[in-house]
Ligand binder design. Structure first.
Ligand code: HAM
Length: 414
């Protein structure tokens, strides 16, 4: 029996890598004053049908539950956030700065960088229309990627503005009912053959392609870049109006993060969705909002292929999987004494392991090495003294059992 296509088993080293990513996500989000929240993994299918757009609805893992409810495993967090904020709107001072780390499910064609489950960090700001919030959000997104050791040579945030396109469509007198479909076509530009795009855009093909070849800009995008320049982060962004985002609810500034070499799919994406909370609450609540999500899959691939980032992760994950102390029980009569000491060491926070069954001393030392212990404590003929062996240097000293804790505190830095 194998895992389903697009689903991963996480062996201990994979879990260590995942924890490393989660820890950095959490640390940087907190640095920006974001607080953690979480929503349910199963939601009414209707939540996504309302406003996420056709692409994501086509990828839903959905079914009818035993109570005859139409439900879906969450493909993204934003509709849940909108629902929760609408329900608790008055309980919190605005702007809200919330982040969340969780697993998401999309029935996508499995390919490099895209699976059927993935983890995302979501960071959202609710209740602020000022461009300062967009600057704050993009800065956070940049700093999270930087925290993994990446520089402006490794990645770029491509920023754009949906209003740039909706202004253009208005100027072309295109009915607003067609805007979504046209924006989706522009979103797929790089991934679809030119002829197909031109056919879909019809008479708009020529002006759209002209804008794209010239490169569009706007006063709002200039101000956004100026704000990022003030933070010293302008080198991490490019204005690129080809970015419109696949999700239907965005209303303003949108952005996606890519590796500079353009080898991978998007690392993160987000933008402003000022109408979603109102639309999902049928008008009972109304809050401007903006946010982004970063996935673990592409980020993990990029870390693996970048020397400095990869080494930093390897170092951290190796430490996470190691123990500090291994207890060698050379004489079974000493097992009870050893157990007493093990309990005290663990109470003090040391990571300690020992043989559950009797075994040869040489084999026990080998296990100590395999588990990455820095110190082995030998309980045997030396009792009531214990042999303390530093595994890296092979140095040995004898310490009285009751002085062991003080000795380790002085000599073993964790
Ligand atoms: P999204 O662009 O659909 O945005 O996803 C965000 C990120 O999640 C992507 O850039 C990618 O790294 C990762 N991702 C998405 N689908 C997959 C997949 N099938 N396999 C692996 N990784 C994947 C959203 O989900 C929006 N809700 C983000 C947002 C938050 N907007 C506002 N607030």
């Amino acid at each position: 029996m194998q895992a389903l296509p697009g689903f991963r088993d996480f062996l201990p080293s994979d879990c260590a890598a995942r924890n490393y990513i989660f820890a950095k996500w959490r640390e940087v989000a907190r640095r920006y004053g974001f607080v953690e929240w979480e929503g349910p993994v199963l939601e009414p299918t209707e939540l996504y049908k309302k406003k996420s757009g056709d692409e994501i609805v086509g990828q839903l893992f959905n079914f009818t539950d035993k109570g005859q409810r139409e439900v879906a495993l969450r493909p993204e967090l934003t509709p849940s956030l909108a629902r929760v904020v609408a329900a608790h709107e008055r309980e919190f001072k605005k702007p809200l700065k919330w982040f969340s780390i969780g697993q998401f499910f999309r029935y996508e064609k499995q390919q490099r960088g895209r699976l059927r489950e993935h983890f995302q960090l979501n960071c959202d700001i609710v209740g602020e229309t000022a461009l300062a919030a967009d600057i704050e959000l993009v800065s956070l997104c940049i700093d999270i990627v930087r925290a993994f050791g990446f520089t402006e040579r490794d990645f770029v945030v491509r920023i754009s503005d949906r209003e740039f396109w909706t202004d253009f469509l208005r100027s072309q007198e295109i009915a607003s009912e067609r805007w979504d479909e046209i924006l989706q076509t522009i979103d797929k530009l790089g991934r679809e053959p030119r002829e197909k795009t031109s056919e879909k855009l019809g008479q708009l093909a020529e002006p759209v392609l002209r804008i794209l070849s010239k490169g569009g800009k706007s006063e709002k995008l200039d101000r956004l870049v100026d704000g990022l320049r003030a933070c010293g982060l302008a080198n991490f962004v490019d204005v690129d109006v080809r970015i419109v985002r696949g999700l239907a609810y965005y209303t303003g500034i949108v952005f996606e993060v890519f590796d500079r070499a353009g080898k991978f799919r998007a690392i993160a994406g987000g933008g402003r969705y000022d109408n979603l909370i109102e639309q999902l609450s049928d008008g009972s609540a109304s809050q401007p909002a903006l946010g982004f999500a970063m996935g673990d899959v592409v980020l993990g691939e990029l870390i693996g292929e970048t020397a400095t980032a990869g080494e930093a992760m390897e170092k951290a994950t190796a430490v996470e999987q190691k123990i500090n102390i291994y207890i060698v029980i050379a004489k079974e009569e000493r097992r009870a004494d050893a157990l007493g000491q093990i309990q005290q060491l663990r109470d003090r926070g040391y990571r300690v392991d020992y043989p559950l069954t009797p075994g040869k001393v040489a084999r026990q030392f080998q296990t100590a090495e395999d588990l990455g212990a820095s110190i082995a404590l030998l309980y045997g003929d030396e009792w009531p003294q214990v042999k303390v062996k530093t595994l890296a240097t092979r140095e040995e000293t004898l310490v009285a059992n009751e002085e062991l804790l003080a000795h380790l505190q002085a000599h073993l830095s964790l």
